[in-house]
Write a protein that binds this ligand. Structure first.
Ligand SMILES: *[C@@H]1O[C@H](CO)[C@@H](O)[C@H](O)[C@H]1NC(C)=O
Ligand SMILES: *[C@@H]1O[C@H](CO)[C@@H](O)[C@H](O)[C@H]1NC(C)=O
Ligand SMILES: *[C@@H]1O[C@H](CO)[C@@H](O)[C@H](O)[C@H]1NC(C)=O
Ligand SMILES: *[C@@H]1O[C@H](CO)[C@@H](O)[C@H](O)[C@H]1NC(C)=O
Length: 656
């Protein structure tokens, strides 16, 4: 209903902005992007297409260059002194290119060529700033042992899926023992049933109430995908001024501070951990032996799917789309770096590694794992209410201060400044991204808020709190998303022109923004768990959200590979428009839903089944009974946040 209307408003506002925009300066500046015909280039036998980034320089003082630098200084603008061009060496640069394939020679001929083209038109010279990526008609990517290994694993998985499904369909279900049981874990039919089963089945109404969490996850993960899909509009376009004009629309500044939504996952994770663990503690005594068990279970649950994606990134993804001038930038460097860094990912310490191209988005999995362990330790230490209050408050205050100190001593910005160039680079090399956004210790407040929420909601329910009494506050509750949006929106002050903001503003934002947003998330979660109103909860418990929520780990793992593949296959400059961006984004989102559905059904769920079959905790009599009950209920669902085989499986944000 609102869709077409919103579309109209956005299109109108964007055209209004563009026509009011003073284009004269753009007109004079050299274009940011340029590509020779990529396909045509390879008409000749040993043609070479080179893509490079170069800075504009001038041998003598140049007013024009100063003007460009001045224009580029604004965070709302691309750095127009940094151009990204692709030349067909045999055609455009024939004069300077003598067929030599050595890197030094290529750099020299490319630079001479860009020197000439830019000098002829703008009286400026150029200097290559980055690696030069040259491609021939066919890239030679020899198949090595790793490719064969990963390919073999993929084939094995597919075969296991087929055999598992066939066995499940044709064999006697009662012979559910031993190796067959492992194979049944791969049965697509079984996993499909689990996938479409309604959320929140089980005995305990408190566990049932968690189903709204799927909605929160689904919305957050979709927002993450949509935001990341915008990368593809940032680069290789003919009208960068459209992107720049978006920064002048205050409303859009809200989305430029969108990295805050990741707090949702931190809060949700910590909340689920504490809430489930408290329910578990009613029947069992939590002990320190829980710690290694839970950590190992979590590792086993997350790692197989993750490892497969890393393996594919290193090997086969780079072959899927091997054509396109920015292939190396978007796909190849990632594969190269992952070859070195993969083990840091599997140990979940990759968020403390700087300057690597390898799957930067998985920082969240690492940070969440580290915070999970931390929260679990806190949970085991804080046995009494008094201790909880003291320790959680202390840690919260420390968590508030840490980012402030980082910001002060390392000269960082208060929020991640998502300037157009950051989008082009996917935040690679941005100090605030590396030092604040992706670390675990800088995300402590979200974790503590989630934990506190778990204790508060649990104790409130245990004390017999009555949801009806809270009904009168529901209008305040409905304002919470607006509060969260305002927190995001307030970051617009970083996108205004004018004198640089004083350091204390940066420090204030670094400290307060995440907790403020986390608080909004916590209130929304509290509302759906307590079940005191009928607007948000039914929306969040909507069935399709449950499915997307179940896909969230798979979506998170594969979405960037999908977007990168799209970027790598671009061979000509695109013209952005509002409508095109929306259509592209929707297409990408749907494509990612579909592919992660298959990934989830064929890899994520089977590996979780495998882990739970192989590594069940030694069961007590009572827990066997419980698990039987659960089984009758068709409730062994790895993607659920509920107790299972008598042990609490404490699960996390998008990672269940
Ligand atoms: C655009 O800016 C230039 C100088 O920056 C100025 O001379 C010109 O009048 C402006 N045009 C409009 C339509 O505002
Ligand atoms: C723009 O790019 C040039 C060349 O890399 C760099 O020296 C300059 O600092 C950049 N300007 C801004 C405002 O980032
Ligand atoms: C090509 O030119 C470079 C200098 O630009 C020179 O060093 C190199 O030897 C030349 N190669 C051939 C094959 O002529
Ligand atoms: C291009 O121009 C710059 C600036 O004058 C100069 O330093 C550089 O050597 C030139 N490159 C080539 C390959 O001629």
């Amino acid at each position: 209903m609102f869709g077409p209307f919103l579309l109209l408003v956005l299109v109108q506002s964007s055209t209004a902005i563009i026509s009011s925009h003073n284009d004269t300066e753009h007109f004079r500046m050299p274009p940011l992007f340029h590509l020779d015909g990529y396909e045509d280039c390879f008409d000749e036998p040993d043609a070479l297409f080179c893509y490079g980034e170069f800075a504009l320089v001038s041998d003598e003082p140049s007013e024009f260059l100063t003007a460009i630098q001045k224009y580029s200084a604004s965070v709302k603008h691309y750095n127009h002194t940094l151009l990204r061009y692709g030349y067909c060496m045999k055609k455009t640069c024939n004069e300077f290119y003598n067929g030599s394939k050595s890197e030094v020679d290529l750099r020299l001929s490319f630079e001479a060529c860009s020197n000439k083209t830019i000098y002829d038109k703008y009286m400026l010279k150029t200097r290559l700033t980055d690696e030069l990526d040259c491609s021939k008609r066919d890239r030679d990517l020899p198949i090595d042992y790793l490719d064969i290994f990963v390919g073999g694993v993929c084939i094995l998985i597919i075969v296991a899926n087929i055999i598992g499904s066939l066995c499940d369909h044709y064999l006697d279900k009662k012979r559910d023992r031993g190796a067959l049981k492992l194979l049944y874990g791969f049965s697509i039919k079984r996993n499909w049933k689990k996938f479409i089963a309604p959320a929140g089945k089980g005995q305990d109404p408190r566990i049932k109430a968690l189903k709204g969490i799927h909605g929160i996850r689904a919305i957050t993960i979709s927002a993450v995908v949509i935001a990341h899909a915008l990368y593809s509009t940032m680069i290789l376009n003919v009208n960068p001024e459209l992107i720049e004009s978006f920064y002048d629309i205050k409303f859009f500044n809200m989305f430029m501070n969108g990295s805050l939504v990741m707090q949702t996952f931190f809060v949700t994770s910590a909340f689920l951990l504490v809430y489930n663990a408290l329910i578990y503690a009613e029947k069992h005594t939590p002990s320190w032996s829980m710690l290694p068990y839970q950590i190992i279970m979590r590792w086993l649950r997350l790692t197989p799917s993750y490892a497969l994606i890393i393996g594919l990134t290193v090997t086969w993804f780079k072959r899927i789309t091997s054509g396109g001038p920015i292939w190396a930038k978007t796909i190849y460097y990632e594969a190269r770096d992952c070859r070195q860094e993969w083990w840091k990912h599997l140990l979940y310490i990759n968020n403390y590694v700087e300057r690597t191209h390898c799957m930067a988005q998985t920082w969240y999995l690492a940070a969440d794992t580290q915070l999970y362990i931390f929260a679990l330790i806190l949970f085991l230490i804080c046995k009494t209410n008094l201790r909880r209050k003291i320790i959680l408050s202390l840690v919260f205050v420390v968590g508030l201060i840490i980012p402030v100190l980082h910001t002060y001593y390392e000269g960082l910005t208060g929020i991640i400044i998502a300037s157009p160039d950051m989008g082009v680079n996917m935040f690679f090399g941005d100090p605030t991204f590396h030092k604040i956004l992706i670390r675990a210790h800088t995300n402590l407040p979200g974790c503590i808020i989630g934990m506190a929420l778990g204790y508060i909601v649990y104790n409130w329910q245990k004390a017999g709190g009555d949801p009806q009494q809270l009904r009168k506050y529901r209008y305040i509750y409905y304002c919470t998303p607006i509060f969260g949006a305002l927190v995001c929106f307030s970051g617009y002050i970083f996108f205004t022109d004018g004198p640089p903001l004083p350091t204390y503003v940066h420090m204030l934002y670094a400290g307060l923004q995440k907790p403020a947003f986390g608080l909004a998330v916590a209130i929304i979660i509290a509302g759906i768990i307590i079940q005191f109103e009928d607007v948000f909860r039914p929306i969040l418990e909507w069935r399709p959200f449950t499915y997307i929520g179940r896909l969230s780990y798979s979506i998170y793992l594969i979405h960037i590979a999908f977007i990168r593949a799209g970027l790598a296959s671009i061979t000509y400059l695109q013209r952005n428009s509002m409508v095109k961006t929306m259509i592209d984004d929707t297409t990408i989102l749907l494509g990612i839903y579909i592919s992660s559905f298959f990934f989830c059904l064929m890899v994520e769920m089977p590996s979780a089944n495998l882990v739970s079959t192989l590594f069940k905790r030694p069961q007590t009599k009572e827990s066997i009974e419980e698990s039987k009950k659960a089984e009758n209920d068709n409730a062994i669902d790895m993607t659920e946040t509920k107790t299972e085989d008598g042990t609490t499986v404490v699960k996390m944000g998008p990672t269940t």
